[in-house]
Write a protein that binds this ligand. Structure first.
Ligand code: BES
Ligand code: ZN
Ligand code: ZN
Length: 495
């Protein structure tokens, strides 16, 4: 769908040329694009300000049917995200107008203050992600994705970036795969069905997988996963995806193994501590960590990543019923530690505890990162667009925040003070899954998890806010956002 083109813009056949325009400076070096921008000068309603756009038809001298001018505001305020948003918005407009192709004119990188690769990649990402439509459940598919988005660039850099469209497409496919899983309704993604859908996607790539079913998990003593799944007739699963580029080789160039753990609650009703009705429908998104981890593994395999990454993905449905776990119950986790269930709605930390212990026991990872829609408290703290990062490893935390900045999947460091651990004390078991106070809920949840990280280098990312968007954004439709895939792929390339 993404393509790089060069040549004569006057003669380029396209349904729509897209020209990003700044209000204070010309950011294009191609004379034909500069000429296109000249045509807007007499038009009083367009100055290149942010949020402004202008659509002209049959501009004299150009073969393209339309030109869409997109206001970018002041050139000093440009960043990669501004270009993702511009490209996403343009593609959405194209889809709205029933087009099948668009040609985005890339500005000159030096005029934008961005590295040329960053600039190209962000335009491509915004275009590719903005072209995703989740309409699997609509009888009438009124919107159609564009078939092609071409990026018109200077011939001098076309050769350098010739592999970029494929790389960006692969990464964005990962995000879109995660979005589809998150947006899928709970009735269609019971733990078994979701895991099978993940395996189906993984099988197309060079990934090995193992599925532990409820019987095996029960035998193995995974009491926490079993306790959360007890109330649902759709039984829990544990999916392990293993990307090992050195599988059939004698020695590995990079010997590291990184474990990614993702919370997979296909629907979180709260269990016996039933949630209030508001936004209960959105609790189908409580498997967003699982979706991000599975899609990341699949993406890394497609990109031939250079070290081993394993995904450990516990998948359960949290439901109330006569078989459900009760508040006050005491369960035994895979680690041997016992947990008093203070609240059945604090289920994510329980399934993650077993999954983390399993990851450590089976793979002895050099590093472990979990992604989870863990707490409403994290949304209160950081809002709906920023994830919370919890880690005692400062370098790992900094790397995650840096990847968040690079991908605009923003992350912010949160504290894990040892003295707050006493809030999780239980009179009867080793630990309680619920804090004795309502405040600091995202922190106490992270501290609970830390009890199961042993001495493994570990970070926890609470994605409860950014994993789902009711309204959607400039390059994302309503529903799952796929948050975490671009972040983790970037991070795996950095560490
Ligand atoms: N899945 C929720 C957290 C959540 C809330 C995710 C809103 C996305 C949007 C989690 O399982 C939960 O219910 N957490 C409780 C914990 C509490 C009972 C200690 C919460 O945050 O209220
Ligand atoms: Zn819950
Ligand atoms: Zn939950």
């Amino acid at each position: 769908m993404l393509k790089i083109i060069t040549g004569d813009l006057f003669k380029t056949a396209s349904q729509c040329l897209v020209v990003p325009v700044c209000e204070d400076k010309d950011i294009h070096s191609d004379p034909s694009v500069v000429e296109l921008i000249q045509k807007t000068k007499p038009i009083s309603e367009f100055h290149g300000k942010k949020e402004e756009s202008l659509l002209l038809y049959h501009v004299e001298g150009f073969k393209a049917e339309r030109v869409l001018y997109m206001g970018m505001g002041k050139s000093t305020g440009l960043d990669a995200e501004a270009f993702r948003m511009m490209a996403g918005k343009s593609v959405k407009k194209g889809i709205g107008n029933g087009l099948s192709d668009m040609t985005i004119c890339a500005p000159a990188a030096d005029a934008t203050g961005l590295e040329s690769e960053t600039l190209m990649a962000s335009i491509m990402e915004g275009a590719c992600l903005g072209n995703h439509i989740f309409d699997a459940y609509k009888k009438e598919k009124t919107k159609k994705s564009l078939k092609t988005v071409s990026i018109f660039i200077n011939p001098s850099i076309a050769e350098i970036f010739k592999n970029l469209p494929l790389r960006i497409t692969n990464i964005c496919r990962g995000t879109m795969l995660a979005r589809d899983w998150v947006s899928m309704p709970g009735n269609d993604k019971t733990p078994d069905r979701l895991v099978r859908s993940m395996v189906k996607a993984a099988e197309k790539e060079d990934l090995s997988f193992t599925i532990l079913d409820d019987k095996v998990m029960k035998q193995n003593g995974m009491g926490a996963i079993m306790a959360v799944g007890a109330g649902s007739r759709s039984k829990p699963r544990l999916l392990i995806l293993d990307y090992n580029p050195y599988k059939n080789k004698k020695s590995a160039k990079d010997k590291r193994t990184i474990a990614l753990v993702g919370k997979g609650v296909t629907f979180d009703s709260g269990g016996i501590n039933l949630k209030p009705p508001a936004s209960l429908d959105e609790m189908k998104m409580d498997m967003s960590g699982a979706a991000a981890v599975a899609a990341t593994l699949i993406t890394l395999a497609r990109l031939n990543h250079h070290f081993r990454v394993v995904g450990v993905i516990p998948v359960v449905e949290n439901m109330p019923s006569g078989d459900a776990t009760r508040p006050g119950d005491i369960i035994k986790t895979y680690s041997g530690k016992t947990v008093e269930i203070g609240n059945t709605d604090a289920e994510g930390r329980l399934i993650l505890a077993d999954a983390m212990s399993y990851a450590i026991k089976m793979f002895k990872p050099d590093m472990m990162i979990d992604l989870a829609t863990l707490t409403g408290a994290c949304i209160v703290a950081l809002g709906e667009k920023i994830a919370g990062v919890f880690s005692k490893n400062q370098k790992l935390c900094d790397d995650i925040v840096a990847s968040g900045d690079a991908t605009a999947e923003r992350c912010w460091p949160m504290p894990m003070p040892d003295d707050y651990k006493s809030l999780l004390k239980s009179e009867f078991a080793d630990i309680n899954n619920m804090s004795s106070t309502r405040s600091g809920g995202a922190i106490t949840a992270a501290l609970f998890l830390s009890e199961f990280a042993e001495d493994t280098q570990w970070a926890h990312i609470d994605i409860a806010g950014p994993a789902y968007s009711k309204k959607g954004g400039d390059y994302c439709g309503p529903g799952g956002t796929g948050f975490g895939v671009r972040l983790l792929v970037d991070l795996m390339g950095k560490i």
